[in-house]
Design a protein around this ligand. Structure first.
Ligand SMILES: [Zn+2]
Length: 173
């Protein structure tokens, strides 16, 4: 659960509670004033205006509370989505040295084997890596670049060592 969102919600809740208390106090003063034999109209009008102001502020605080709760629910859904899929991926270092999370073949469940961003995975986001260049993939979420084989290389191309061993004495390669 997102701690920041919860803290924000608690803050909004505290605010609203404080505002409700103030509005109640204003209403009580108003009642006390009106209970007098000859209530001061001007003073009571002032209190009514103040009460209205407080209630309007309270209403807007309530709206913030509502939107904070919606955010929290959205966050919870996102985390649930992540948790439902998290165990399907395993950490792997690519031949090019990048860390990625790869879909386990045993958990593929019909999906093609693919890799997701290891950085985003740590933030509980599963973000696909899309091919953007030769052996180069980009994360759609954090724009991170990952290097791994795009499957277009044949084994022969990667090994200059093999080449020199295949053509001993050819130092010009
Ligand atoms: Zn990412």
């Amino acid at each position: 659960m997102d701690l920041e969102a919860i803290t924000a919600l608690i803050g909004v809740g505290k605010n609203a509670a404080g505002m409700t208390k103030t509005a109640t106090e204003v209403a009580q003063s108003l009642r006390a004033l009106l209970a007098k034999p000859n209530p001061d109209t001007e003073a009571s009008n002032r209190l009514v205006s103040e009460l209205l102001e407080r209630l309007l502020a309270l209403q807007s605080e309530q709206l913030s509370m509502q939107s904070a709760m919606l955010e929290l629910r959205e966050e919870q859904r996102r985390i649930e989505r992540f948790q439902a899929n998290a165990n399907r991926y395993t950490l792997k270092r690519t031949e090019q040295g990048s860390l990625v999370r790869e879909l386990k073949a045993s958990d593929a469940d019909g999906d093609p084997i693919h890799c997701v961003c290891a950085e985003c995975y740590e933030k509980q986001v599963i973000s696909f890596l899309q091919l953007v260049g030769h052996n180069t993939f980009e994360c759609g979420e954090c724009d991170g670049i990952v290097y791994m084989s795009d499957g277009r290389d044949s084994g022969i191309m990667i090994a200059p060592v093999n080449r020199s061993s295949r053509f001993p004495g050819d130092g010009t390669v």
